[in-house]
Structure formats: C-alpha cells, structure tokens
Design a protein around this ligand. Structure first.
Ligand code: PLP
Length: 265
C-alpha cells in the first residue's frame, strides 16, 4: 500500500494557457514547480497551437469550463499559492477575479501578465487591458517584462526612472509588489527590479549568450509562487526562483527551431 501524501501539503495552483511545445504556459509552469519540489495543479485558460517557430492560433476555453476547473481544484486541494499566466480574454480574467476573491486574502498570488506570444500572436485582448489591471488588488506580486510594463501603463520603459514610474503606476492600481524584468533591455547585465511601496531591490546577472530560451517568465513566476507558498519572504522567494532558473537554463533544450526550451533533463 502506498502511503497517502499528508493531506494538507499545500499545492500551487497554476492558471495559464496551454502551449503544446512546452515553451511557455502550463507545461513550463509544471516544470518550474517540479524544479522547486512543490506539487502543482493547473487550470487551463486557452489552448494555443505553436512550435518554436510560430504560433497560429489561440482558443480561449469557455468561461464555464475555467470556472468548473477552478471549482473542483479548490474543493479538493489545499492551495498554498496561485500563479496566473496567460488569461486570454477579459471574460476569463473576470472568472479568475471572482475565484480569487473567494480565497483567503493573504494567499500569495503571482501574476505574470502575458500579453503577446514571443512568436507574435496576441494572448490577451489589448483593447481590454483594464480587465487585467483590475486583478492587481488581488495580487501579491506582478512580474511584467519591459514590453508588458509599457503596455499596462501606457508609459515608456527606456530608463531606470521610466521603469520605476511604471512599477509605481501598477502599485497605485493595487499590486502589493512589482518585479520589473529587464531581460528585454540592452547591455551585458540584466537587471530585474522589485518595487514595493517601501523599497526598490535590484537583482542582477550577466546576460546569457546564445539563442533565446522561451518560458523563463512563466518559470520565474511559478517558482516565486512556490517559494511564497512555502512561506518564504518575497525577496528570498525571488532569489530562490532565480537560482532554479539558472539551473534549468544550464540544461536548456535546442530542438532546432527558433528558440530554446526549458528542459526536464
Ligand atoms: N503562456 C502561453 C500559453 C504562451 O503560449 C506563451 C507564449 O507563447 C507564454 C505564456 C509566454 O511565454 P514566452 O514569453 O516565453 O513566449
């Protein structure tokens, strides 16, 4: 007989899109949870059709389908943290908002505001961004890259001051903390900055050479959610997540297409 897992071992709930190549979305998120040795369950918001060269389609699931997934998961699993990835449409963002409002207010929620696929297709309706920013008061942390920060705030992201101003714009709309990811910036150093009401903390690493590896944003947000779910403080969870990413990148997989992918191996 197998021993049952302790019933209250918390799991991370991932709410994100499905990318069948595993570059981004729930497959990348599950890999991150596994790297953090945290159990995860995943509700799917949309199905995309893509490989490492291109994305041809994004089909949101019906709102009821997302609601049903969330309802059954929450009924059974002790959720210790939530990671939000691609939400697809304003309607699905609304379903997620209703679901989060029914959870304890101190539950860690990390939002990776996925807007556009690396291969170019819109993954959230750009006309309805307020539906996404409307979730900010429910989030412990939001992790925009520079294009996402620009789109969410309508502001520039060229200088350090621009980025901090953008982060403060998101704080003013209710996020408790913003991690601005600098990977799309220029220069040999990548600087990510955590901005809260009381501090700015920088996380720096050298820009890695070679082809771009997809899924780092998905991986990072999930790994941070795993740390927060375990009760780590925010900066500790970010540090630990960055360490896990560097390990995962060391075994990245280059199947021959346009981008590398995070690998399980
Ligand atoms: N989530 C899903 C389902 C996606 O399809 C994508 C991108 O295509 C992402 C997230 C974002 O991942 P990335 O920024 O690596 O393209």
């Amino acid at each position: 007989m197998r021993e049952p897992t302790p019933p209250n071992e918390p799991v991370v709930l991932i709410i994100a899109g499905y990318d069948p190549s595993g570059g981004g979305g729930v497959l990348a998120d599950l890999r991150a949870a596994r790297a953090c040795q945290v159990r995860a369950v995943a509700a799917v918001t949309a199905v995309t059709a893509q490989n490492t060269f291109e994305i041809s389609r994004m089909t949101p699931v019906p709102a009821d389908t997302l609601r049903a997934q969330l309802d059954l998961l929450a009924r059974e699993f002790p959720i210790g943290a939530v990671k939000l990835g691609m939400l697809g449409t304003a309607e699905l963002a609304g379903v997620v908002g209703d679901f989060l409002r029914a959870l304890p207010p101190d539950l860690p929620v990390v939002l990776d505001p996925v807007l556009v696929a690396t291969a170019g297709l819109e993954l959230f309706d750009s006309e309805r961004l307020p539906a996404l920013t409307g979730l900010l008061p429910l989030c412990s942390l939001v992790t925009p890259n520079l294009p996402e920060l620009g789109a969410l705030t309508g502001g520039r992201t060229d200088t350090e001051e621009d980025r901090r101003q953008g982060a403060r714009f998101l704080l003013a709309r209710g996020a408790r903390a913003v991690l601005v990811k600098g990977g799309h910036g220029l220069g040999d150093l990548v600087v990510d900055e955590l901005v809260t009401a009381s501090e700015v903390v920088g996380f720096t690493h050298p820009r890695l050479p070679g082809p771009k590896v997809r899924g780092t944003g998905c991986f990072l947000a999930t790994a941070i959610a795993c740390g927060l779910g375990r009760g780590m403080p925010l900066t500790g969870a970010i540090d630990a997540a960055r360490a896990r990413i560097l390990e995962a990148l060391a075994s990245a997989w280059f199947p021959g297409g346009r981008n590398g992918l995070m690998s399980d191996l």
